[in-house]
Design a protein. Structure first.
Length: 187
């Protein structure tokens, strides 16, 4: 079933581009595009989003945003200029306008929780192909910047993939992730 997505972006050009990327995937259904958080607050009860993609994330109070939408809604930062890493950590995932269509879709899919409520938070999640690529690089001791360069991703996307890997595996340390990669014959 497709995830219901709302885009919050004041730039019509960027919103149209993100809409076009989403239209390529059966995993997502764009239900509306709004220009600001106030418009989202008015539309959210009607749109019932499961994912909100937020442009200009440095200007957003994430706590206030979570009070507007359901607490289980996936919040995604859409980055096209500098945003502090502290602010980006408040989001469930980060995509960069420089990312490829495939990388954006993979990040969004990776950020989407499983639909089955009977599944334990960390059990049964499979890593996406791109997350496996990032995990292998992490296990080899590469930094986020080195991983980004090797896989042709933004550093923000690498950070998002690492966050998703840690959530899916329940492993928080590099040593633990390396052991996981070895035990699963990834390296």
């Amino acid at each position: 079933m497709s995830k219901r997505v709302v885009i919050v972006e004041s730039s019509e050009l960027i919103a149209a581009g993100m809409s076009d990327v989403l239209s390529d995937s059966a995993h997502f259904k764009l239900v509306s595009t709004v220009s600001d958080i106030d418009a989202l607050e008015r539309r959210a009860p009607l749109d019932r989003p499961e994912m909100v993609i937020v442009g200009n994330p440095e200007a957003v109070n994430v706590q206030a945003l979570r009070s507007i939408v359901s607490s289980d809604v996936v919040l995604v930062a859409l980055v096209y200029r500098y945003v502090s890493s502290a602010q980006l950590r408040r989001f469930d995932a980060v995509i960069d306008v420089a990312d490829s269509r495939g990388a954006i879709i993979e990040t969004l899919i990776g950020a989407s929780p499983a639909v089955d409520d009977n599944v334990d938070d960390n059990a049964g999640f499979e890593l996406s192909r791109r997350e496996i690529d990032v995990l292998v690089q992490v296990a080899k001791g590469s930094t986020n910047k080195e991983i980004a360069e090797a896989l042709n991703l933004s550093v923000h996307t690498v950070i998002s993939h690492r966050k998703n890997i840690m959530h899916k595996t329940g492993i928080k340390s590099v040593a633990g992730l390396t052991l996981y990669a070895v035990m699963n014959n990834l390296i």
